[in-house]
Design a protein around this ligand. Structure first.
Ligand SMILES: [Zn+2]
Length: 102
């Protein structure tokens, strides 16, 4: 999947960057969102698998929406929301297209 160049969430535009590795405290992650730096980072190797890539991007977007809306949603629930939304997209044949604003 070729991710969008940016994602606007609420009033904040997050740049989307592909990076080689995301590691915190010795643990590897497929993606992360940096609220202060307004950037979503996605692990490059992960982007080759399109379902996983969309899931990771959606996961970070859900974090961004929660932040924008002032919701304190635990990590596990963010994961469930993102996976559930991805299932709705896939099971209904929807296509996520990254438009001009991206
Ligand atoms: Zn997360």
């Amino acid at each position: 999947m070729r991710p969008p160049k940016s994602v606007k969430i609420g009033g904040v535009r997050y740049r989307v960057r592909q990076v080689n590795k995301i590691v915190h405290n010795g643990r590897a992650y497929a993606g992360e969102i940096d609220y202060r730096g307004t950037v979503i980072r996605l692990e490059r190797a992960h982007m080759a698998r399109s379902n996983a890539a969309m899931g990771t991007l959606l996961h970070e977007v859900f974090h961004g929406v929660a932040e924008d809306r002032g919701l304190n949603i635990p990590e596990r629930q963010i994961g469930q929301l993102a996976r559930g939304f991805q299932e709705v997209v896939v099971n209904n044949g929807w296509t996520l297209r990254f438009g001009k604003g991206a």
